[in-house]
Design a protein around this ligand. Structure first.
Ligand SMILES: Nc1ncnc2c1ncn2[C@@H]1O[C@H](COP(=O)(O)OP(=O)(O)O)[C@@H](O)[C@H]1O
Ligand SMILES: [Mg+2]
Length: 255
């Protein structure tokens, strides 16, 4: 099953969610691949797997086969395809290619059967990189930061998902919305949660991710928080979310 993590807002927890959810699933013996489609390559760095020579950009520019771009991470069962800065140029370089939205889907079709789950991390834009990730995916997962204006951009994102669904990928489903950086001492967090649950109902994951400093420190050690400090509240939250993720992907008839 292929899952894109998307939100055109930056800093909402997309990368943290990809990295820790993928690690949690690999740790229960699922075979997982993370594809970093963000030219800022944060998830590649979080796995200590940043590599410009074997990046997804090299696959797009036909300089390497996708099988050669797959790198092992330090975590058993978890592989990574790195992003690199050049990926930002793909948007312009592929502008004349009528198949540009389907390219990632085509590349992934060569490796899809190796993995139980493929997670695609995306940049904070709704351009080609995000649209082609959505086109290649079975489901989309949306992290939402518990802060003012958090829900404002969501309608645009949902509209984009609908457009992709209607024009490029009829099978695309919403996996769910994860509320991140939840601060229980801050009444704004509970207000955002209330609004999100009222509006998006059961699409919102039952568990929230708390604001937890270990989640933000772990990447500087090149390790997912779940490996760096399993006991911290952030790691525990992502473990609970991974269980819920499995339930949801089963309910959605996950492949
Ligand atoms: N639950 C959290 N608690 C504290 N810091 C977090 C949490 N989730 C993410 N962060 C930090 O916030 C910043 C943005 O998160 P990130 O996952 O990179 O977002 P995005 O990929 O959407 O830009 C990063 O520095 C990250 O380490
Ligand atoms: Mg990111």
């Amino acid at each position: 099953m292929i899952i894109t993590i998307a939100n055109q807002k930056g800093g909402v927890g997309k990368t943290t969610t990809v990295v820790n959810l993928a690690t949690a699933l690999a740790s229960i013996d699922k075979k997982v691949l993370v594809i970093d489609m963000d030219p800022q390559y944060n998830s590649s760095m979080s796995f200590n797997a940043y590599n410009t020579n074997r990046s997804i950009y090299k696959v797009f520019s036909n300089d390497t086969d996708i099988n050669n771009a797959i790198q092992k991470s330090q975590i058993p069962k978890l592989d990574v395809i790195s992003a690199c800065e050049d990926l930002a140029a793909a948007e312009y370089e592929l502008a004349d290619d009528n198949n540009r939205n389907y390219l990632l889907k085509k590349f992934i079709s060569n490796i899809n059967n190796i993995y139980d789950y493929i997670f695609i991390d995306t940049p904070p834009t709704l351009g080609l990189l995000t649209v082609s990730s959505l086109t290649a995916s079975d489901e989309v997962l949306i992290p939402v930061q518990c802060e003012f204006f958090a829900l404002e951009g969501l309608s645009k994102l949902i509209k984009t998902i609908e457009l992709v669904k209607n024009n490029l990928n009829i099978n695309l489903k919403l996996n769910g919305i994860i509320l991140t950086m939840y601060d229980k001492r801050n009444s704004l967090s509970s207000l955002i949660e209330k609004e999100a649950r009222e509006y998006f109902d059961t699409n919102v994951y039952k568990f929230n991710v708390p604001r937890n400093v270990t989640l933000s420190e772990a990447p500087s050690h090149g390790l997912p928080a779940i490996i760096y400090d399993l006991k911290c509240s952030g790691s525990q939250a992502y473990i609970a979310l991974a269980k819920e993720f499995l339930e949801r992907s089963n309910t959605n008839g996950g492949k």
